[in-house]
Design a protein around this ligand. Structure first.
Ligand code: ZN
Length: 181
């Protein structure tokens, strides 16, 4: 069984006025994100929206020193972006769609993702979203350590950093054994 992990395609990471935006790099994968997600929904596969979720007064969070506030819970910044948001809203009540708030880069860190996948006998994870070299990378590393098969949709991942993006694609393939499609 396979699942799609749709990572951090939110206003703050994609919109031109987002707090920590990938701007045109992130905006350029919108159509591909929607296409891949639609295909998984139509096939009845499990689709996880693994989304950064921060609180304003979270003094112990390591990201405080690294990034400005972003993806604050309950704000527009944490909402999905563009056509993917519409697709999510249309399918929100589908039991195969799961919204997963995450506090760290990896969708596995401090979440019940591994349990949700195992109870569905899912062994293959398809990754889309942003950033290729941050949240996609950290999620892929954890997936590798938990023995999942990894598939990266290269036209549905993006980063503000083109060098990091290329490096991560290479790392997925040659170090994590991922299939790049
Ligand atoms: Zn964050």
């Amino acid at each position: 069984m396979k699942a799609l992990l749709s990572i951090d395609y939110t206003h703050d990471f994609i919109a031109t006025d987002g707090a920590l935006t990938t701007a045109s790099a992130g905006q350029s994968i919108e159509e591909q994100m929607v296409q891949v997600t639609k295909a998984f929904i139509e096939q009845g596969d499990f689709v996880v929206f693994a989304i950064d979720a921060h609180q304003v007064e979270d003094h112990y969070h390591p990201e405080n020193k690294l990034f400005p506030p972003h993806n604050l819970i309950g704000t527009k910044g944490q909402e999905l972006y563009g056509a993917l948001k519409q697709l999510y809203i249309q399918n929100q009540t589908n039991p195969q769609i799961y919204w997963l708030n995450k506090r760290h880069y990896s969708a596995f860190s401090g979440t019940d993702l591994d349990i949700r996948l195992r109870e569905r006998n899912i062994t293959e994870l398809h990754l889309t979203g942003v950033c290729t070299d941050i949240c996609i990378l950290h999620t892929a590393v954890d997936a590798y350590n938990l023995n999942y098969k990894i598939v990266i949709h290269q036209n549905a991942v993006a980063s503000f950093d083109p060098v990091g993006h290329q490096w991560a694609l290479n790392h997925f393939q040659h170090t994590l054994g991922a299939t790049i499609v």
